[in-house]
Design a binder for this molecule. Structure first.
Ligand code: XMP
Length: 509
């Protein structure tokens, strides 16, 4: 595997992954490691970035780093908490802020520095902190400040160690990418050589070496991640890769056939399994969301295992796991709470006694898409909205019946077609229809009806962690609602979900 040129030490900030994505946008391969687990090769990297943190450097037992990291043999950039930590460790003072320091601020230059090369000063930056560096030690030079804080950026006088109080990784810091480029390429000397094509070439070679003539089985979902993982493995080992695609009866209308056709066009060794009945039977009478997820996960494992057992001499299980699932989260404030269990197929590798191969485990979602494009995956697969593993089962509130699935598939297909035809589909992160477990009174012709309600959901998001509802024009909503009510038997009312995440979630269950 590629050795990272740059390390990001994570102190638990919500923005840490964003720093990594920005550095990779500069075509520099970097990795995130917990602040207290420096890899042994850390002295060989070309640069280190210290992230922000929800902690305060003033609190007892605050996350810390080895003093050697600041010796300057490897250039260091401290961001927010990282900057405060360096300043404090070297003899400066950090105190609670007196002013509100959250949001946009204008940064003024106090001394020239390669860190600010090419930036038009003053420049807009994004602040998010409650402590401030109130005094810098002797050997640190102040580089920039805002109206409310003097020490907005600094550099050590004798070493390539820098600190910035603001967040260059968020887009509100208008010239943040240029600042990161100055550090990563200018100061650290990292080479911008990491591209989708270089990733494909290296990964395919490495997979060939790792797998030899072994056989691999992989579960396809129709989504981007498993498709790209399959394509990489296919390039590496060809027909020794067996792809299993299961129809769980909870996919979108006609999706199974469409996806099967496109996988076949790509030359994948595909085993398409119709397991609708098994899933409906497992779900019968279940209405609790977590119980439904568990039943689907278990049934998937059973079906997949039965298929894999029919294949000769499989040694490996391929998975489309991506970097955000792999990064060891730094839990500085206690373990995080599970809101929904999203890992649908946990337990599969242990049960099947297979080794695991995960060609995407170091990629972010947007990188997976770019790699998919380089591999020639069709846009139809690359640009599709995320779709949850349990599928329509968590968009049918309450218990699942084949009839409810049919109603929701029809309503959802009308909705998504309208979004595609009007050009809105590509502006939306994720959209789908939800079948509520409520009936409402209506009137059709002279008849009173008592039928089901469909909710429409569409959100924009970066990574699914937070989301905003989309302001779809009323005219378009009117057409969609009309079409659904007129064409889908069993539905007499359509509503639009105008909740953001948080406090709501994207899915209703
Ligand atoms: P929520 O509803 O938690 O969803 O805001 C965030 C993202 O995760 C997807 N999601 C799931 N994906 N299995 C999955 O594979 C699940 O059980 C599951 N639940 C939610 C959701 O579609 C959204 O993209």
């Amino acid at each position: 595997m590629t050795a990272p040129q740059l390390l990001i030490l994570d102190f638990g900030s919500q923005y840490t992954q964003l720093i990594a994505r920005r550095v990779r946008e500069l075509n520099v391969y970097c990795e995130i490691h917990p602040f207290n687990q420096l890899p042994d090769y850390w002295r060989e990297v070309k640069g280190i970035i210290l992230s922000g943190s929800p902690c305060s450097v003033r609190q007892e037992g605050a996350p810390d780093i080895l003093p050697e990291v600041l010796e300057g043999k490897v250039p260091v950039l401290g961001v927010c908490y990282g900057a405060q930590l360096i300043a404090k460790k070297l003899g400066g003072t950090v105190a609670p802020s007196e002013h509100r320091e959250y949001g946009r601020a204008k940064l003024h230059l106090a001394a020239t520095s390669p860190l600010f090369e090419g930036l038009a000063m003053p420049t807009q930056v994004w602040m998010s902190h409650s402590d401030t560096i109130t005094a810098l030690p002797e050997n640190i030079e102040r580089l920039a400040g805002t109206e409310s804080i003097a020490n907005g950026a600094y550099a050590l006088k004798d070493r390539p160690v820098y600190g910035i109080q603001f967040h260059p990784e968020v887009t509100h810091t208008t010239e943040g990418l240029q600042l990161l480029r100055n550090f990563v390429i200018g100061i650290c000397g990292c080479e911008p050589n990491w591209t989708p094509a270089s990733f494909v070439e290296e990964t395919v070679a490495q997979l060939r070496q790792q797998l030899g003539s072994d056989k691999v089985v992989l579960g396809l979902s129709g989504g981007v991640d498993s498709s790209v993982a399959a394509m990489l493995l296919h390039q590496a080992i060809g027909q020794n890769l067996y792809c299993v695609f299961v129809d769980n009866g909870l996919l979108r209308k006609d999706e199974f056939d469409q996806v099967v056709a496109s996988y076949q066009n790509l030359g994948l060794n595909l085993i398409a399994v119709d397991a609708k009945e098994e899933f409906y039977t497992a779900l019968k009478g279940l209405s609790d969301p977590e119980a439904k997820r568990k039943a689907i996960g278990k049934t998937f494992i059973d079906v997949f295992q039965d298929e894999a057992n029919l294949l000769p001499d499989i040694k490996w299980l391929g998975q489309g796991t991506i970097y955000p699932d792999v990064i060891e989260s730094v839990s500085v404030n206690g373990p995080s709470v599970t809101i929904k269990s999203h890992h649908n197929v946990g337990g599969l590798p242990e049960k099947m006694k297979l080794k695991i191969v995960e060609p995407l485990r170091m990629l972010f979602k947007d990188e997976v898409r770019r790699v998919g494009k380089a591999l020639g995956l069709p846009d139809f697969i690359l640009n599709r909205h995320p779709f949850p593993g349990p599928g329509l089962a968590i968009r049918i509130l309450g218990d699942i019946t084949p009839d409810k699935v049919r109603i929701l598939q029809d309503a959802d297909a009308i909705y998504i077609n309208h979004l595609r035809q009007s050009g809105w589909y590509d502006q939306i992160w994720q959209a789908g229809a939800i079948l509520l477990n409520a009936h409402s009174v209506g009137v059709m012709g002279d008849e009173r009806t008592y039928e089901q309600v469909v909710a429409l959901r569409a959100v924009t998001s970066q990574d699914g962690m937070t989301a905003d509802w989309v302001h779809i024009p009323y005219e378009l909503l009117a057409q969609i609602s009309n079409d659904i009510i007129n064409r889908v038997k069993g539905v007499n009312r359509v509503v639009y979900d105008i909740s953001s995440k948080p406090p709501a979630t994207i899915e209703w269950e």
